[in-house]
Every structure is written in structure tokens, then in C-alpha cells.
Design a protein around this ligand. Structure first.
Ligand code: LCS
Length: 393
């Protein structure tokens, strides 16, 4: 059976091609740090690449490989590189592509640490970064310099839910010979496959939708071609951003239900976004499924659904937002997103608190912005919870 020909949900169950030699129906946990060689020659062949046998878990492990193959299949790339966390994936990409004097163009609205690490750490090695509104292609065009080595985009962006035109960006970057990395965390491959639209690299915080159960921190990089895959993999291994086999096992388990989890959470999110938009205490709502979203048409074109993330601001700004966050009873007041449970958080003081005031302003992260990650609970319960908390304002 060629798993490439299967539908998405079947790939979630049967993709990746792992076949356990002892017949286990699920991928077992190879809880080992190292692997026995058959002979000295075999060991040497594993290191030289003549044999593809396993060597050492930081370099590779069958449980982790099964997950890498599966996500690469879903993202339609050459190969996957699992990492200890989403930030492990982000830093493997930065470390691989940004050398002394290199310049990166990045979405202004990205997960806080993805931006802060460039500004505060990579800058120590002479790396320069321009943070622009990538939803406006002209801003990218104007930011590109001869020394630009990477275009880094989050779409939809965290937490502003801006949508960037992936096809147009990839075309522009490639005209200048610049590779494009897309953080696909907010969509997962179920809703968006950037490599199909020209991206060279896709990354995920698998902590979110891919694992989906708020019990694991994990990351993944998928490279479109072999050369990029090899470069990224070598750096991940040498820096030690590797995943752990038990972590991989849990992500494989969570991934199986990605499709049904997103379908259900998204159906909830569509109803909740509509409810919020029509609520008298709400100032504005950002959700790709609402016609009021500035890139609604683009979202319909490049995403297979609007997703499960909603950002909004209440009339009364942060003060009102705090009353809401302090009074929800079902939704959990916590950072992270993409799990089965509904989460609410305040980006300006939490996930994006280390971004400078100027950076937040440029990214559109207002003080009053509240982010809602919609879960798979019964819609009536989420609505009731919002109703009673909004009534306290
Ligand atoms: N990329 C995006 C878009 C993210 O949202 C996050 C984490 C990361 C990368 C980093 O992944 P991690 O290392 O945490 O697996 N986002 C978080 C958030 O919005 N709340 O808490 C974590």
C-alpha cells in the first residue's frame, strides 16, 4: 500500500510506513539511548552512511523516525526533523541559515520568543532582523537586502491572526534566492500545507494541534528537499535539540485524531467567533472565518478552514479583558493552544510580554487583545461560560 495515495485521515492512522518487526500494531517506544552494532564494520558503516542503522538516540531513534516520516508525509516534504520543542525547531532553522552578518525578514507578529531570540541573542553574532507586516507583500519587498538569508513567516500569526499570502511570498523570496520558512503551528497540515505553496521549510510547535492534548512540549521541522533536510538535521543533532522517544510516542498517539479534533474545535470556533462579533461588549474579533477579517478571501484560498484560534478585544480594553479571564470557569486561563480544552490568555502580559512596546505596536498586539483557543467541549458549555463571564463586566 502506498500511503501517499491515502486520504488525510487515513494517513494520520497508517502514514509514515512504520512496520514493527515483532508485529506491534502501534509504534513501540524504543526507550534506549544507544543501539548495538552487529560488528565493528557495521558500526563504521552506520557512521559513514553506508548503512542506515540506528546509532544513538540524539542522532535518530525508530520511534522518533516514525513520527518524522508521518509528519513529512502530511506536509508533503522530503523529510521531518523532530525537536525537543517548537523553539528547538525555530532555533535549528535560525542556527542553520543565519551566519555572521546575515539578515532575516520576519513577520512582526510571531510567537514572542521566536522574535526575542533574534533581537537579543542572534544579534550578538551580527545577525540582523527586520520585522514587517508580512500580510503586506510590499513591506517584505522593501525589507529584502542583498544579505537576506531567510524569510520567516507565521500565518495565521500568533496572536493577531494575520494571514500572509504564502504563494506570493515564496515567489518573491525565490526571485532573490532566499529560502522561506513557515511556522504552520496555528493550522497544522490538516488546514494548510505551505510546501504545496512553495515554502522550503515548515515548522511546528507540536505542543499544539499536532499532539493536541496539552501534555507534551515538542517540535518538528519538515524540509522540502534533501539538501535542506540534511543541513537542518546535522545542526539539530549537533546542538542537541532532539526529541525523546517517549515524547515521540505520545505525539504519534495524539496525531491520530488531528482531523476529528480540528473539525470539532473549528465548528465550535466558527459559532463562537460569530457570537463574539455580535456581542455588545466586544470591540472587535479576529477570526479567518469571519467576513470582517481583512484577509478573509485569502484565508479561504490558502487554508482548508478557518481554524480554532480567535483573538478579540472587549470594549473597556484590558480592564474588561481581565474581568473576563478571571471569571471563566470552563475555559482554562493558561498559555499554549491547540489542545482539546478551551484556553484563554492575554498575549501582551503573557506569551508576548518580552516583546518591546514598539514591537507589540508594530505587530498589532494591543493591551486589550485576548486570545481564545477553542477546544472540543460541547459548544453550549463554552457559550454558557463566556456568557456568564461577560455578564460580570
Ligand atoms: N511557534 C508558535 C506559533 C507558537 O505558538 C509557539 C509556542 C512556538 C512556536 C514555540 O513552541 P514550544 O517551544 O512552546 O513548543 N506558543 C505558545 C503560546 O502561544 N502560548 O504558550 C506557548
Amino acid at each position: 500500500m502506498d500511503t501517499n495515495d491515502l486520504g488525510f485521515n487515513s494517513k494520520l492512522i497508517h502514514g509514515g510506513g512504520f512496520k514493527d518487526p515483532l508485529g506491534s500494531a502501534t509504534v513501540p517506544i524504543y526507550q534506549t539511548s544507544t543501539f548495538r552494532f552487529d560488528s565493528a564494520d557495521h558500526g563504521a558503516a552506520c557512521f559513514s552512511g553506508e548503512s542506515n542503522g540506528y546509532i544513538y538516540t540524539r542522532i535518530g531513534n525508530p520511534t522518533i523516525s516514525a513520527l518524522e516520516a508521518q509528519v513529512a508525509l502530511l506536509e508533503k516534504g522530503f523529510g521531518g526533523i523532530a525537536t525537543s520543542s517548537g523553539m528547538g525547531a525555530v532555533n535549528t532553522i535560525y542556527f542553520t541559515l543565519l551566519g555572521e552578518g546575515a539578515h532575516v525578514v520576519s513577520s512582526a507578529a510571531v510567537y514572542g520568543p521566536s522574535r526575542v531570540v533574534l533581537e537579543q541573542q542572534y544579534s550578538r553574532f551580527g545577525v540582523k532582523a527586520s520585522f514587517v507586516n508580512t500580510a503586506n507583500i510590499e513591506e517584505i519587498r522593501n525589507a529584502i537586502r542583498p544579505e537576506t538569508k531567510l524569510l520567516y513567516i507565521e500565518t495565521p500569526s500568533n496572536p493577531t491572526i494575520d494571514i500572509t499570502d504564502l504563494r506570493a511570498c515564496c515567489e518573491l523570496a525565490h526571485q532573490h534566492g532566499i529560502p522561506v520558512a513557515i511556522d504552520n503551528t496555528f493550522c497544522s497540515p490538516y488546514l494548510q500545507r505551505p510546501i504545496e505553496m512553495g515554502a522550503d521549510i515548515v515548522l511546528h510547535s507540536m505542543t499544539k494541534f499536532i499532539n493536541g492534548h496539552a501534555d507534551i512540549v515538542a517540535g518538528m521541522i519538515v524540509a522540502k528537499d534533501e539538501a535542506m533536510y540534511k543541513k537542518l538535521r546535522a545542526n539539530m543533532v549537533n546542538i542537541g535539540f532532539n526529541m525523546d522517544p517517549h515524547q515521540a510516542y505520545l505525539v504519534i498517539r495524539g496525531l491520530k485524531t488531528l482531523g476529528i479534533r480540528i473539525e470539532r474545535a473549528q465548528a465550535n470556533a466558527i459559532k463562537i467567533a460569530d457570537y463574539l462579533e455580535n456581542h455588545p461588549k466586544v470591540e472587535w474579533v479576529r477570526f479567518p472565518g469571519l467576513k470582517s477579517h481583512p484577509q478573509y478571501e485569502l484565508a479561504c484560498k490558502q487554508m482548508d478552514g478557518p481554524g480554532c484560534m480567535i483573538s478579540f478585544e472587549l470594549k473597556g480594553g484590558l480592564k474588561a479583558g481581565k474581568v473576563l479571564m478571571d471569571n471563566v470557569k470552563l475555559a482554562v486561563l493558561a498559555v499554549s493552544l491547540g489542545g482539546v480544552e478551551t484556553l484563554i490568555q492575554h498575549p501582551a502580559s503573557m506569551t508576548h510580554s518580552k516583546v518591546s512596546a514598539e514591537g507589540k505596536e508594530k505587530a498589532g498586539i494591543t493591551d486589550g487583545l485576548v486570545r481564545f483557543s477553542v477546544g472540543i467541549e460541547d459548544l453550549s458549555d463554552i457559550m454558557h461560560d463566556l456568557d456568564q463571564a461577560l455578564a460580570k463586566i
